[in-house]
Ligand binder design. Structure first.
Ligand code: FAD
Length: 374
């Protein structure tokens, strides 16, 4: 490419496409490249929390056309039994399929002026002195700045030469057709007891169910067997269409450096998923928003500072909650069965009406047998 861009963004998932849209809206020439062609399948529950929806709407993105269901009921179960049901007046989570959702964000970016290059794989950095020169499967791109939005196994992060430590979770999900799909309309089921340090989920889509299971324990293996056991426990007649797994990267450090003079890492490439729930799309958009501000100011160190100040503190609290909830899953289930406001609060944290700090305070008031858990 002879053209020189303000930024080349590698990866057209939610983080990359949202950042491309925001920078292009500010008149900056942007190239958005992805090794895949779009739309493309991504293993993901496709749960868009209300706090994520707010961020999108606040940026002028209407994702209603790709919403497949709106969730107002959350059911917690223990090995698919002892349901604890929490109902809400408003939508707490919108359900999307990531092929449609990511493609919608990609279209917003392109319609605002970003240039999209599908089937274009980032290979290496050629030069990083007075500008960025990168080699891709479609030739070289030159830009003032390079952004790694290329997901959990980011090649851009590796090329940057300053590895970001991540604590890795893993999750596997299947999309399945079932005559029971209608029973789950408007509700999600969150189940513990089929996997250590994690949970299983049933997310309703327009004509099918997304069912998955994930864990943050490095000791857990054989995810497909855990998923099969969960499916057996659910006792839903079904035909799986597709089953795929993927890493969930969460923070491993109190402070991170996610920039150099010409580069930034966002979202999964920076290890910014929630260590309690695995939610990543909110942090994809939030980190892209912070990256956009610092790129517009051409002050890249402000980005790492903003992530350290505005994102990591909440994710640290999420990790504390995870330690409690995943060490004492049965006790927590019995507690929320008796204490409906605590059950409600667990969901409120996800949709953004509450925060992890207040949730910890409430959990600590319950006199749990915490022992060494802090
Ligand atoms: C099973 C599962 C369920 C999940 N469920 C939810 C959920 O319900 N809600 C939620 O909020 N989060 C969920 N997450 C987390 C969420 O999927 C991720 O956090 C989110 O996709 C991160 O977005 P991203 O833009 O950083 O990366 P991605 O969505 O992974 O996009 C990265 C893009 O980069 C491209 N790419 C990679 N390498 C290159 C390269 N070398 N050159 C060019 N392009 C490249 C890829 O093709 C891809 O399109 C789930 C995760 C898993 C594994």
């Amino acid at each position: 490419m002879s053209k020189e861009y303000f930024a080349v963004i590698v990866g057209a998932g939610p983080a990359g496409a949202f950042l491309a849209y925001r920078l292009a809206s500010e008149g900056r020439p942007v190239a958005l490249i992805d090794r895949q062609s779009f739309p493309r399948y991504k293993p993901c529950g496709g749960g868009i929390s209300a706090k994520t929806a707010k961020l999108l709407q606040g940026s002028g993105i209407d994702f209603a056309p790709v919403v497949q269901d709106r969730v107002t009921r959350v059911v917690f179960t223990k090995q698919c039994a002892q349901p604890v049901t929490v109902d809400f007046d408003d939508t707490v989570i919108d359900m999307v399929m990531r092929d449609e959702f990511d493609d919608l964000l990609r279209r917003y970016a392109q319609e605002t002026g970003a240039e999209f290059y599908p089937k274009c794989k980032f290979q290496e950095i050629v030069d990083l002195s007075d500008k960025v020169d990168i080699k891709t499967s479609q030739g070289n791109f030159k830009a003032k700045y390079l952004v790694g939005a290329d997901g959990a196994s980011s090649m851009v992060a590796k090329a940057m030469g300053q590895p970001v430590k991540k604590r890795l979770g893993f999750a596997v999900e299947c999309e399945l057709d079932s005559p029971d799909t209608g029973r789950f309309k408007g509700m999600v089921q969150l189940d513990h007891g089929h996997i250590n340090e994690g949970y299983g989920w049933v997310f309703p889509k327009r004509n099918h169910l997304s069912i998955g299971i994930g864990s943050f324990s490095p000791a857990v293996r054989k995810y497909r067997e855990h998923l099969d056991q969960f499916l057996n426990g659910l006792n839903i007649p079904h035909t799986p269409r597709i089953t795929r797994g993927h890493i969930i990267p969460t923070p491993a450090q109190r402070k991170v450096k996610l920039h150099n003079d010409r580069m930034l890492l966002v979202s999964d490439a920076a290890g910014l998923a929630d260590p309690m729930t695995g939610e990543g799309i909110y942090y994809a958009l939030k980190s892209a928003d912070l990256a956009c501000h610092s790129l517009l100011q051409e002050n890249l160190s402000a980005y790492s500072q903003a992530v350290n100040g505005q994102v990591l503190p909440e994710l640290r609290q999420a990790k504390r909650v995870a330690r409690i909830v995943y060490t004492l899953p049965g006790t927590i289930h019995n507690l929320i069965a008796k204490n409906s406001s605590l059950a409600r609060m667990l969901v409120e944290v996800v949709y953004g009406a509450e925060n992890y700090t207040n949730l910890i305070k409430s959990l600590l008031k319950a006199n749990l047998p915490l022992g060494n858990i802090k």
